[in-house]
Design a protein around this ligand. Structure first.
Ligand SMILES: *Cc1c(COP(=O)(O)O)cnc(C)c1O
Length: 398
């Protein structure tokens, strides 16, 4: 097989990153998933149901929108891939649908998930309601307090939200609780992970479910410009699922520059950042080997970002490999740069972006695009959920 960035090797490695570092008690569950996921995803009946739900329930294909006033401001050609127009307001639903359909075919009766800000929990609860499946979402106590609207959404959708009391009472602790649940309920439960992280096969499986983003982009760009290939594909990276989906069908097209934008928080060197490729070292986090923000003795460092979805101390193994190999261009945007980019998009295009997506928009200031360049930005989500933060920023500006 020729070298490809799309596919990990049989053990789930992208270069030196990936694999499955899991407790013995999880081997059976992860092995069941690993041995079945490709076969199930390739079944005609699976594809039919998945594609139908993406179309009729999520609202796909999402538009590829030529942002004319934004393009003019940067003297180049900028298209927005409108994942913000998906049902539930972001790309996460693509993966949640894929995994729940897969879980049903594995005979699972119970879905568990972990969530930090609540976006992945809401997407998972949504699909479980649609399918009439029991849904349990683990969430840190602190996050339950901070993210009340998403907790209410999950409850309305019929999910039970279980508080994680240990440690820092945030995402990491919710993940531990979800893993404990899975160990205790190995035969009837599927664990829906929300990004291209976790043990093999999760990163590859999630990337495949999200790859609809770049598949659509290719044909839409061809119709709009005559070429399937943009000069730049730009996306923000928390764990990396919207970026993996936006890059997927361009990974092995060397002419397309892949730009990943991490959250610099208050600044990469401020001690309050989530720019994993800039600050991280190789280590194991949540079941795979990747780059991790950690101390010299391997304690995970608490990350910071104004956007909850990017506030993660790791990065998926595919992205660690894109960084290490030089295939990806890794930039970062500070909290303030993301806010500025959000207000700029509102003013120029009438679109209120999610704070996460605003990090990708902020990269336009660094990229020095030329008049004949074509750039696609993955607008991963809408900004409704971030209104409280935007209101505070407006108050401060006066
Ligand atoms: C969760 C989220 C992200 C970050 O997750 P990735 O897995 O890196 O895509 C980005 N944008 C939005 C809108 C999100 O909700």
């Amino acid at each position: 097989m020729t070298a490809t960035y799309q596919q990990p090797d049989a053990q789930g490695y992208y270069g030196s990153f990936g694999g499955a570092y899991i407790p013995e008690m999880l081997h059976r569950n992860v092995e069941e998933l690993r041995s079945r996921y490709l076969e199930i995803m390739e079944e005609a009946s699976f594809q039919k149901e998945f594609q139908q739900l993406l179309r009729d329930y999520v609202g796909r294909p999402t538009p590829l929108f030529l942002a004319e006033r934004l393009s003019k401001a940067y003297n180049t050609n900028i298209y927005l891939k409108r994942e913000d127009l998906n049902h539930t307001g972001a790309h996460k639903i693509n993966n949640a649908i894929g995994q729940v359909l897969l879980a049903q075919r594995l005979g699972k009766k119970r879905i568990i998930a972990e969530t930090g800000a609540g976006q992945h929990g809401v997407a998972t609860a949504t699909v479980c309601a649609l399918k009439g499946i029991e849904c349990i979402v683990y969430m840190g106590v602190k996050d339950i307090e901070r993210q009340a609207p998403n907790v209410a959404r999950m409850k309305m959708l019929g999910a039970s939200v279980r508080p994680a009391n240990s440690g820092s009472q945030t995402l990491k602790d919710a993940t531990n609780e979800a893993i404990r649940d899975w160990i205790n309920n190995p035969s009837d439960t599927h664990y829906v992970i929300g990004s291209v992280v976790g043990p093999h096969p999760y990163p590859d499986m999630v990337a495949r479910f999200q790859s609809v983003i770049s598949a659509e982009t290719r044909s839409q760009l061809k119709a709009a410009t005559g070429s399937e290939l943009p000069g730049y594909m730009i996306a923000c990276v928390g764990g990396g699922s919207n970026a993996a989906g936006a890059f997927y069908h361009f990974l092995d097209e060397p002419k397309v520059k892949l730009v990943a934008v991490e959250a610099a928080g208050l600044g990469v060197s401020s001690g309050m950042s989530a720019a994993t490729t800039q600050l991280g070292t190789p280590g194991v986090l949540h079941g795979s080997k990747s780059l991790v923000m950690q101390t010299a003795d391997g304690q995970v460092v608490e990350p910071h970002s104004i956007s909850a979805g990017l506030d993660y101390p790791g990065i998926g193994p595919l992205h660690a490999h894109l960084f290490k190999s030089g295939r990806g261009i890794f930039l970062s945007a500070t909290d303030q740069q993301a806010l500025d980019a959000a207000f700029n998009l509102c003013k120029l295009e009438g679109i209120i972006p999610a704070l996460e997506s605003s990090h990708a928009l902020a990269a336009l200031n660094e990229l020095k695009l030329k008049a004949d360049d074509v750039a696609v930005i993955c607008l991963s989500g809408r900004g409704d959920k971030d209104l409280a933060t935007y209101m505070k920023a407006m108050e401060q500006k006066g």
